[in-house]
Write a protein that binds this ligand. Structure first.
Ligand SMILES: NC(=O)c1ccc[n+]([C@@H]2O[C@H](COP(=O)([O-])OP(=O)(O)OC[C@H]3O[C@@H](n4cnc5c(N)ncnc54)[C@H](O)[C@@H]3O)[C@@H](O)[C@H]2O)c1
Ligand SMILES: [Zn+2]
Length: 389
């Protein structure tokens, strides 16, 4: 029987923009982006928490579009946060709105909110009509410095993170710095962990810059925070565009450094622990492991742990000690779940140097346990010191 192999070339333009006050009448960025795609119909979905913080946002957006000649389909305000990724409601609500407003593949849907809101609405938009044009406005530190510029969307199922989702390149991403300074201090600082991650695996100069600007970052000095977010977002986008595997068909996942444990820990904590906090623990664990298995210099591992501590992020969470009936720590299940989710051979990135990773295909469970014991010990010391203050 004859066999025919066809090559299907695909090229996507990934538009990543940085601005401030995108909806003020003298800011033409968004209008120019939408003109570029040629679509006319526009619908906006905004996370409720964002509208609560900017009560005038809806009227500003309506004012912005009033004279631009688009087929304006209005604004919908919807709930966000991690819980929306655990249920069906938000995805269903978005599908209904797409249908009611006759949004088609050439229409634009602008989504404004945190990473969880963008993930869940993004999934609904990637699947409605097999994909409508999405313009993302991330509003948290983590979503601006990482997830917002990504080409993935997902919701959680079977108690597992991002179990159902899609790869879909957004039409554009607009990082509007007006949204960046309203989260509480701890959450804003925590979102910087993804910048630390991408610096550690891709860009030693960026890691040096983070270390040198640590005090200003910990104090959330606006211009330093914005520079950090921008550098991180661009480094993530660069990896996606130029790393050779935008839709992750291979096994190597540098941007998932520290994430095998982070995703399991989020689940073990019943999703009470945020993604950013879980990533901090996951980074600390895989950094310590990199040193203990002889790949990374001890002094470099200490520098990474120092940065995590200066961001006032945790090195430990009590769910790391949850055990199954055989006494095995449940966090270890995260490795197999990570492999299954990504497919193929287990591939975990460890650090070789600051700014350079190395893929490995096996982690020694005993060594992981001794790293966890050490993290618990360090955490206890920090807590004790805090108690004395
Ligand atoms: N798709 C990807 O490639 C990718 C990558 C990394 C992370 N993620 C996902 O992103 C999610 C985490 O995103 P997150 O850290 O933004 O959390 P989040 O979306 O849960 O937002 C955190 C909290 O901040 C609120 N919020 C949103 N914008 C705000 C603002 N401007 N000011 C004050 N509060 C605001 C939200 O309502 C929420 O309560 C996780 O679900 C994670 O799995 C996805
Ligand atoms: Zn992450």
């Amino acid at each position: 029987m004859p066999r025919h192999d066809f090559l299907i070339p695909l090229n996507f333009k990934h538009r990543v923009c940085f601005t401030r006050d995108a909806f003020s009448s003298d800011n033409s960025l968004l209008a120019e982006l939408l003109e570029e795609g040629g679509g006319r119909r526009v619908l906006v979905l905004v996370e409720e928490a964002v509208v609560d913080l900017w009560p005038k946002l809806a009227s500003e957006i309506e004012g912005y579009f009033a004279d631009l000649g688009f087929d304006w389909r209005g604004i919908r305000v919807l709930k966000g946060g991690e819980t929306v990724k655990n249920g069906d409601e938000l995805v269903e609500a978005v599908w209904h709105t797409i249908d009611e407003e006759h949004i088609d593949r050439h229409s634009y849907v602008i989504t404004i909110g945190g990473g969880a809101f963008l993930d869940a609405t993004g999934f609904a938009l990637a699947t409605a009509h097999r994909g409508v044009r999405l313009v993302r406005f991330p509003t948290t530190t983590l979503s601006q410095d990482d997830s917002g510029v990504g080409v993935k969307c997902a919701v959680n199922r079977f108690g597992k993170k991002n179990w159902v989702g899609a790869f879909a390149v957004p039409f554009a991403v607009v990082n509007d710095f007006q949204f960046l300074h309203s989260q509480d201090e701890e959450t804003r600082r925590a979102g910087l962990i993804e910048a630390v991650k991408v610096a550690l695996v891709k860009d030693d100069e960026f890691f040096q810059w983070i270390s040198m600007n640590m005090e200003a970052l910990a104090e959330l000095k606006p211009e330093v925070l914005e520079e950090c977010v921008e550098r991180s977002a661009l480094q993530h986008a660069k990896h996606i565009a130029e790393g050779g595997d935008p839709f992750e068909s291979g096994s190597s996942r540098p941007l998932d450094f520290g994430h095998w444990a982070a995703h399991k820990l989020e689940q073990l904590s019943g999703f009470s622990l945020s993604h950013a906090h879980a990533v901090a623990v996951g980074l600390a664990l895989d950094t310590l492991y990199s040193a203990k298995c002889g790949l990374l210099r001890e002094c470099d591992a200490e520098r990474v742990i120092d940065v995590i501590e200066m961001l006032k992020l945790p090195l430990w969470h009590e769910a790391l000690d949850l055990r199954d009936e055989d006494g095995r720590r449940r966090i270890h299940e995260g490795l197999e779940e990570f492999r299954e989710h990504l497919g193929g051979e287990l591939t975990v990135l460890l650090l070789r140097e600051l700014g350079r990773g190395q893929d490995v295909h096996h982690l020694d469970e005993g060594l992981v346990d001794s790293c966890l014991d050490e993290l618990r010990r360090r955490y206890a010391v920090v807590k004790k010191a805090e108690g004395r203050c």
